[in-house]
Design a protein around this ligand. Structure first.
Ligand SMILES: Cc1cc2nc3c(=O)[nH]c(=O)nc-3n(C[C@H](O)[C@H](O)[C@H](O)COP(=O)(O)OP(=O)(O)OC[C@H]3O[C@@H](n4cnc5c(N)ncnc54)[C@H](O)[C@@H]3O)c2cc1C
Length: 393
């Protein structure tokens, strides 16, 4: 196989899939196609909503709130994104908040955000790769004779990359003839890691987006919260349009609240929507000490991330690759449940794949064990390892 002609199908256009494709292209494999379900844009869990309220578009980050950098490989990517104008440092005050207590500032975190919502990150990365958007891949098939993967009716590919997790990924690979890969993709759900830690476990999180007609006086722009229902509150207006009169907020629930109010993600019953909105707004008022009567939104939207964040990650490897079948996996759950973790995993898989194209025959990560993730912030993404750096020109 010559590097230039090698074709790769990447199923999933979140950060891991996009970074994998971009790195492959940089290393000479320009024939990689990223398939993503996103109707409007790729990005998966690193995306934003643009909502028209009273005739004006407002940006809401509905999953990733900001990201940190601790790995020099990721620092290079962030420098690139910074030079392209896709990311900036958020100068906002990030605090830690306890019920009944005063907010204490979280120091030593260099928080990066997109320039136009977190969506700017995947948008910039997708401009470097060949994307097939609004495409749901439902069937893949390995032909051992020609040693290629068929991907729905999109044709044959030399390599397959699974860059998503959850039930869909497990289903997609169930009959693909790669049981070790399928085993790693099996998944459990719940807020507390089950003792059977060698199975990937994901938590669910509720998100409430809301807008107030007037700004409210609060001594922080984003806060990690110790509260029975809420794990994070963040001000989108401070990130993207400080000059606005309106105040646009995101509240993220705890994992326990996510599990206690779980419903089918695509069909949220109106009664659940009402209850979740009510409880999270009450929690917000309680935490901030603002009279509940003043927390009277002109807009609300709830969203359930059924497969929000992994509670365990692969030990010792950053990606998975089965050499005999030209198939690999990347994603946050292999490194850490964060933008950085997803990017590092995508990078690692691109490097492994290139070595395979060049003749190395080696499996990666197939027999590894999963271990609990370290941090508990926003469900479970780590903030404790921030590297302060000046994005390079
Ligand atoms: C509520 C919430 C808050 C978060 N906050 C932060 C934060 O503040 N900071 C931080 O660093 N991280 C945060 N994270 C974690 C971060 O979002 C993820 O770690 C990261 O975005 C994962 O990227 P990924 O590429 O591994 O997966 P994903 O983003 O899940 O990408 C997978 C993609 O594959 C697509 N896909 C799935 N199945 C198919 C199919 N069959 N065919 C085609 N496409 C398919 C999906 O639609 C998706 O676009 C948060 C996550 C959530 C849910």
């Amino acid at each position: 196989m010559s590097g230039n002609k090698t074709s790769v199908a990447i199923i999933g256009g979140g950060i891991s899939g996009l970074v994998c494709a971009a790195r492959l292209s940089q290393l000479g494999i320009t024939n990689a196609t990223v398939f993503d379900t996103g109707k409007h844009a790729p990005g998966g869990r690193c995306s934003s909503r643009f909502i028209n309220i009273e005739g004006k578009l407002h940006i809401f980050d509905h999953a990733v709130q900001f990201f940190t950098v601790s790995d020099p490989r990721f620092a290079k990517i962030v420098s690139f994104l910074h030079n392209k104008g896709a990311v900036k440092v958020w100068p906002g005050k990030i605090a830690h908040l306890k019920l009944g207590g005063k907010p204490t500032e979280v120091k030593n975190v260099q928080a990066f955000i997109g320039t136009r919502g977190m969506q700017s990150v995947p948008e910039c990365l997708s401009s470097l790769v060949h994307m097939e958007g609004n495409k749901w891949v439902s069937n893949v098939y390995w032909d051992p004779l020609i040693k290629k993967w068929k991907v729905d009716d999109h044709g044959w590919f030399d390599y397959l990359v699974v860059a998503h997790n959850g039930k869909c990924a497990a289903r997609l690979m169930a009959d693909a003839g790669v049981p070790q890969i399928h085993n790693l993709l099996k998944v459990k759900f719940g807020p507390v890691l089950s003792p059977q830690t060698n199975v990937m476990q994901l938590c669910s999180l509720w998100v409430l987006l809301f807008a107030l007609l007037r700004k409210i006086e609060i001594d922080f722009d984003g806060a990690f919260v110790d509260h029975s229902d809420i794990s994070w509150i963040g001000n989108n207006t401070s990130k993207y349009s400080a000059e606005n009169q309106m105040d646009c907020w995101t509240i993220i629930s705890t994992k326990t609240f996510g599990a206690n109010h779980k419903v089918p993600q695509e069909f949220i019953p109106p009664s659940t929507e009402k209850e979740v909105t009510h409880l999270l707004l009450n929690g917000f008022a309680e935490l901030t000490g603002i009279n509940r009567q003043l927390v009277a939104p002109c807009f609300t939207k709830v969203q359930l991330w059924g497969a929000a964040n992994p509670l365990n990650v692969l030990q010792g490897e950053e990606c998975v690759f089965q050499s005999s079948h030209n198939v690999g996996i990347c994603g946050d759950w292999l490194v850490s449940p964060s933008v950085e973790g997803a990017a590092v995993s995508g990078l690692a898989l691109a490097e492994v794949l290139i070595r395979h194209v060049n003749g190395e025959r080696k499996d990666v990560g197939l027999k590894k064990r999963l271990e609990p993730v370290e941090s508990e912030a926003i469900g479970s993404f780590p903030t404790n390892k921030s590297l302060f750096f000046k994005p390079a020109k």
